[in-house]
Ligand binder design. Sequence first.
Ligand SMILES: Cc1ncc(COP(=O)(O)O)c(C=O)c1O
Length: 440
Amino acid sequence: MQTAYEKAEEELTRTIYEKMPDDELARTVEELRAEVAEVKARGLKLDMARGKPSPAQVDISRPMLDILTSSADLTDGGVDCSNYGCFDGIPSARRLAGEFLGVPPEQTIVLGSSSLNIMQSVLIHYWEKGVPGYTPWNKLDHVKFLCPSPGYDRHFGLTEDLGIENIPVRMTETGPDMDQVEYLCATDSSIKGMFCVPKYSNPTGITYSDETVRRLAVMKAAPDFRIVWDNAYVVHDLFDEGDKLLNIHDVAREVGNEDRILAVASTSKITFPGAGIAFFGSSPANVEEVAATLQVGLISANKLNQLMHVRFLPDMDAVRAHMRKHAEFLRPRFAAVERKLTEGLAGTGVARWTHPRGGYFVSFDGPKGSAKRVWKLCREMGVTLTTAGATWPYGNDPDDTNIRIAPTYPTVDELEQALDVLVLAVKLTAAELAQEERAA
Ligand SMILES: Cc1ncc(COP(=O)(O)O)c(C=O)c1O
């Protein structure tokens, strides 16, 4: 049976340009080139590459900065936040971390501002010392990680930096292609891990289906195989009714695989990017072991920042109310992407894109062999996009189709202008590709 991915792929196989007679195609290319020249002359300077909130959006967290004053109570559950101690995180912050990650508070560690930093520390730990009871990864001939793609380039950078081989696995509408993942993990014990952004994935915006979550938790894999369960967008719904994600820890625990899951999240896109608090959550054994290793290099994380965060966002109701304010900024931007792409490209057979209900990105695919050219053309017209290929390990998008759209930072007006440019670049590239194919 044809998969949804293959069906969508087939829809892209014949574009309106491929169906045009030669003279009409030549005329169309000339017209589009003239439009491009006009846009170039306008000297635009727009940026659709940055996956971060706009300055006005960040401002909604400013009231948090008024919470800790010189006369404030600096204790939390009996812990003095103004001094060393309480490595695992203050009690209220661990409670919140547990709710974010779906584990009891005792199975969490609350650390500094970056979840990426936690992922790196844990991977370096396994690289050097190994998962307890197993050979350190750096002593093995070959270590591989599965990288659902399109995916998050900074994940791929963590493993690439260590010399771990990144193996791309296709993303589908329900998560990574699980037939491929199961086959690879069952047949290759050098696969030691996998990156997952299970809710509003970066950049596709899809949320893993219950079946995908179950299969990841129960599948056969090397005993020291670990899933980096990066829930960066767990509360980042655009609408009141958000996507639902199955609790992977519960499923993994039932089958004795709870050590497999290394969950992380942070408040980077909730309060202040780069100045939030970050969470780690896993099995009791992993939490104890990871805490012991991190403690070698850290006496205590910034507990005053933790305190400020939990006074501002004491529970999930407060988090959800705050996220609804974020969504007010994000909804019109995501709507602009949908509107502009639909107006410009629907029915052309030239492109498909995702329709996220949360997160920070839209994933866009043009015809085969188009993404690098589209990126360059946009650049020449004054629009910066995330580098083509960045969503695949080693920057190597095998079909050269994928572009990550980051709509959150520009104003809606800037975004609309940038999307017009993208649409024009995609049309011209698709038309030129059709012409080149005929000439070949
Ligand atoms: C999937 C994902 N994980 C992690 C991060 C970075 O998070 P932090 O600021 O907590 O390091 C990002 C930021 O864009 C992201 O998209």
